[in-house]
Design a protein around this ligand. Sequence first.
Ligand SMILES: *[C@@H]1O[C@H](CO)[C@@H](O)[C@H](O)[C@H]1NC(C)=O
Ligand SMILES: *[C@@H]1O[C@H](CO)[C@@H](O)[C@H](O)[C@H]1NC(C)=O
Ligand SMILES: *[C@@H]1O[C@H](CO)[C@@H](O)[C@H](O)[C@H]1NC(C)=O
Ligand SMILES: *[C@@H]1O[C@H](CO)[C@@H](O)[C@H](O)[C@H]1NC(C)=O
Ligand SMILES: *[C@@H]1O[C@H](CO)[C@@H](O)[C@H](O)[C@H]1NC(C)=O
Ligand SMILES: *[C@@H]1O[C@H](CO)[C@@H](O)[C@H](O)[C@H]1NC(C)=O
Length: 350
Amino acid sequence: MPHQQMNCISSILFFRKREICSVTSTMALLYPATIMKLLLVLMSTLSLVDAAALSALICSHQPIVALAGDDVILPCHLEPAVSASSETVEWTKPGLDPEHIHIHQDGRLMYQNPSYNDRTILFMDELTKGNVSLKIFSVKTSDAGKYKCFLPFIQKEASIQLIVGESDVIGSHEPVTVVVGDDVILPCHLETPFDVKTLTVEWTYNKTIAHIYRNKKDDLVDQDQKFKGRTSLFPDEMTKGNISLKLTNVTEQDAGIFNCYVPKLHSQVKKGNITLNVEKKPGPVRRSQTDNDSIVGIVVVGIIVTSIVGAVLLKMRHDKGGQNMGNTGDCEENNPETVILNEEDISDTA
Ligand SMILES: *[C@@H]1O[C@H](CO)[C@@H](O)[C@H](O)[C@H]1NC(C)=O
Ligand SMILES: *[C@@H]1O[C@H](CO)[C@@H](O)[C@H](O)[C@H]1NC(C)=O
Ligand SMILES: *[C@@H]1O[C@H](CO)[C@@H](O)[C@H](O)[C@H]1NC(C)=O
Ligand SMILES: *[C@@H]1O[C@H](CO)[C@@H](O)[C@H](O)[C@H]1NC(C)=O
Ligand SMILES: *[C@@H]1O[C@H](CO)[C@@H](O)[C@H](O)[C@H]1NC(C)=O
Ligand SMILES: *[C@@H]1O[C@H](CO)[C@@H](O)[C@H](O)[C@H]1NC(C)=O
């Protein structure tokens, strides 16, 4: 019995196989060229899509810093390189209306926001190498912000930050005063609060170097000996354009003018300056005198408070006595009076 069943199945399978086989062979006989063509197209598209899909769109993670009037390149490229010359490349600026900065299609600029007319290009030779960088000529302060590059053919998107530095470096108009031995913060920030962590920040004192930050870290090789180990910036604040310097254990020799400076912004921006006044440590005699002064102050205040409280208590007691005396018969006459008074109060405040 089981033998028979097995034969049956195998024969069916065999039959199906033969059937399928014969169908394909007829098709191949009828349309051999078409099938070959289809297969080839399928294979080539698959491999193309695969190669492109593997590519990453990489834009500079560091903001691009420029001064108003400069030409800038917003660098973005495909890695590994795939030609984008016959593809659509979309550069946009989110928030702008319309947000299109440069829409490249069919090998040419198709559309852009009028404010970028004649100010942008893609590099045609570079596109074939997967370099989709955008060049903007003569940047304006209003060009600053986040740009997006989108490649529909591989559905890849990346963004890049443009900073247009017309920012002043602002020190302090008021001198900063500190007592010898104390720590002090010399305030300085950029007018436009942008991240300076990728830039160079310099603090100088009388033409000597008080502190230098570059390549994303403090670089104190050239620092003046007298500031060794006493200076620091605030990394978290630097992302907001705050380049204030902390100076510890201040000495009398620190008094003078400090300059804060971001060289990248050099041509446009003046150095910020901060005058540091250093006061001598107050002597012990003076200190005890001030202590006495505050003690005297506390005593005086105490006396005043006590006398006010006393007076109020006295008055309250006095008023209460008076009310009790006249309360016997005038109760009903007194009540309307208080009501009227209250009404006056309300209309006054209203
Ligand atoms: C892309 O092209 C621009 C303009 O020629 C060039 O500055 C940049 O270095 C290129 N980027 C790469 C990754 O080749
Ligand atoms: C600044 O440095 C010069 C020498 O380089 C010195 O003569 C001058 O006294 C210094 N000024 C201050 C305020 O330290
Ligand atoms: C900069 O940072 C310092 C230190 O945290 C802070 O004291 C100062 O207020 C900040 N300045 C500005 C303008 O935010
Ligand atoms: C502060 O500086 C003085 C000399 O200028 C030094 O004697 C002292 O040890 C320093 N204090 C600290 C806490 O570094
Ligand atoms: C310091 O900066 C102010 C403006 O903030 C400027 O008027 C002044 O001339 C500067 N002083 C020095 C010594 O650079
Ligand atoms: C201030 O206090 C000191 C002791 O700390 C004392 O000798 C002195 O007499 C006090 N002066 C006054 C005005 O109270």
